[in-house]
Design a protein around this ligand. Structure first.
Ligand SMILES: Nc1ncnc2c1ncn2[C@@H]1O[C@H](COP(=O)(O)OP(=O)(O)OP(=O)(O)O)[C@@H](O)[C@H]1O
Length: 545
């Protein structure tokens, strides 16, 4: 790209289009690789012969390729003892996850150990993909297999350059999807896979057609072209075997997945007292009892955990009832917590079975992370995602502009200074402690009386003179942030709920007492300072780390 005579947007786009038309999907711009989604398998581009070709070649000697990027980071690590990270970024459907898989395959090719007994680290990392995808991917408008979480895979190497351990870290699983989906999207794949399981499993988990479950039938999209849910169920079980998840654990995992579906089918009706609710009908009662059986907990206590609330007062604990709307919110919160804990358990389990190498001082990390997002409606998830991208942009500025220009100055090269916008002010706006948006949001989450309106008023007041923050004229709850990539209007409606990461004490106690050790491990006893410490952990604060 840098060899183009006229380096402007139309020229860049035309160059990429001309190359793409010839199935040349990779192009360099400096030492950054642009990869365009080919939407078709190009076997010659990624086979072992191609891997052999790129092994040890200097960047730029051969055609641009994702293998060349992996090769450079591996050589640098080996020759200079420098750990490296490769960042894969782009919008949804751009091909990040596929590109990440290619990077991992190439690094496994360079650092893999052939002929060792059992499954090697690299095999296990690659084989963990179908498990993570079954539980963390879903069909969205843009991508039939969209990852709804960010992922950082760290490969650890020994002195001889062989892979000796690996760790997978995931970020911000989209929890709201568990209870809310709309056409033409789907919920997480695993729900549909399980509903297409062999009949003995369907019977065991009292399942039926996906369209009979509220968490799945809010969208009219039940089946996806190119995804055979029945086959994928078996493939997921197979992949679970590969990464060392035992048969007993698999049984418990799918029991929990089925329980989430049954929970979603519990409806509530108004009770006789004001602000109280009852289980709506026999159908709802069936789903309540089934969810209780699958989670192996006391069904009466499950019912109470949904329709009652315990409040600590100086005089002792008072039990109150809640209306049908609050009971539904409680049910959904419960389902989301169960699912996200299950996902975290899977990641931890995969990490435990792959194994770490604490003595390794050579690492290559691959970050597969959502690119900048700006939709018609932007919520808490977009704020977290765009905050990440601001951070990455700052890193990019530091490396590409500041450091390059410093080097030119040092080497007394004649050049004209390139202006770039420093985005530290946006980062401060979001993450500064105290007083940034995340800090104010966390503060609002601590006060029971806060609403998204009170939060918005606070933001308007605090940032009224901030040049990167604005209040849209006709709104009383939305706010605009001027990001490096453009203005984004955020709707604050669900910010408080989405940021809270504590389990309702009654839900935690109920599942901790489960007769199934798998379920009770997902909900360990809360620390003594229960409410205080768990309430101070918010999604945004954890994400900031
Ligand atoms: N290099 C590639 N070769 C063949 N097909 C590809 C390639 N990259 C992407 N695709 C196709 O595009 C689809 C979307 O790609 P992918 O899931 O990697 O996107 P993504 O950027 O990770 O999206 P999201 O952010 O939604 O997870 C894939 O399921 C695959 O069909």
């Amino acid at each position: 790209m840098t060899r183009l005579s006229y380096l402007h947007e139309p020229g860049v786009l035309d160059n990429l289009a001309v190359r793409y038309a010839k199935n040349i999907i990779y192009t360099y711009t400096g030492n950054i690789l642009i990869a365009i989604n080919p939407f078709q398998r190009l076997p010659n581009l990624v086979d072992v012969q191609t891997m052999e070709k790129y092994k040890g070649a200097n960047l730029g000697d051969l055609d641009p390729h994702v293998f060349a990027i992996a090769d450079v980071s591996y050589r640098q690590m080996m020759n200079e003892g420098k750990s490296n990270s490769i960042l894969v970024s782009g919008e949804s459907g751009a091909g990040k996850t596929e590109t990440t898989k290619l990077l991992m395959r190439y690094l496994a090719f360079l650092g893999g150990r052939s002929g060792t007994g059992g499954r090697t680290v690299e095999q296990q990392v690659l084989e963990s993909n179908p498990v993570l995808e079954a539980f963390g991917n879903a069909k969205t408008v843009r991508n039939n297999n969209s990852s709804r979480f960010g992922k950082f895979v760290e490969l650890q190497f020994d002195k001889s350059g062989k892979i000796s351990g690996a760790a997978i870290r995931t970020y911000l699983l989209e929890r709201s999807r568990v209870c809310q989906t709309s056409s033409p999207e789907r919920n997480y794949h695993c729900f549909y896979f399980l509903c297409s399981a062999p009949s003995e499993d369907i019977k065991k988990y009292k399942l039926g057609d996906p369209s009979s479950f509220h968490y799945l039938n809010q969208s009219s999209c039940i089946r996806v072209d190119g995804i055979n849910d029945a086959e994928e169920y078996l493939a997921t079980r197979n992949a679970m075997d590969m990464v060392g998840i035992t048969e007993e654990e698999q049984e418990a995992i799918f029991r929990v997945v089925a329980a989430v579906l049954h929970l979603g089918n519990i409806s509530f009706a108004k009770g006789t007292e004001a602000d109280s609710s009852v289980i709506k009908d026999a159908k709802s009662r069936f789903h309540l009892n089934t969810a209780g059986e699958l989670l192996m907990c006391d069904c009466e206590k499950l019912e109470n955990a949904l329709i009652k609330r315990e409040i600590n007062t100086p005089e002792g604990v008072i039990t109150t009832t809640v209306g049908p709307n609050s009971a539904t919110v409680s049910r959904d919160g419960f389902a989301k917590q169960i699912y996200s804990r299950l996902f975290d358990w899977l990641v931890n389990r995969i990490n435990a079975s792959i194994g770490q190498d604490p003595s390794s001082d050579k690492l290559i990390g691959v970050l597969d992370i959502y690119g900048f997002e700006s939709f018609k409606t932007n919520s808490f998830e977009q704020l977290c995602i765009n905050f990440t991208n601001e951070k990455l942009q700052q890193h990019f500025n530091q490396n590409v502009f500041k450091m390059e220009q410093e080097e030119y100055t040092r080497e007394q090269i004649n050049w004209s200074y390139i202006e770039f916008v420093d985005n530290q002010d946006v980062l401060d706006l979001i993450e500064k402690k105290p007083g940034g948006i995340i800090a104010l949001l966390d503060e609002a989450c601590m006060f029971p009386k806060s609403t998204h309106e009170t939060l918005s008023q606070k933001l308007y007041e605090k940032f009224k003179n901030h040049k990167r923050f604005a209040k849209p004229k006709l709104s009383r709850t939305a706010f605009t942030i001027q990001h490096y990539a453009g203005d984004v209007i955020y709707q604050s409606d669900h910010f408080l709920d989405k940021n809270k990461d504590y389990v309702v004490a009654e839900h935690q106690e109920l599942l901790n007492a489960s007769r199934c050790s798998f379920v009770s491990v997902l909900f360990p006893p809360a620390p003594e300072e229960n409410t205080k410490s768990s309430k101070s952990s918010s999604i945004a604060t954890r994400f900031k780390l």
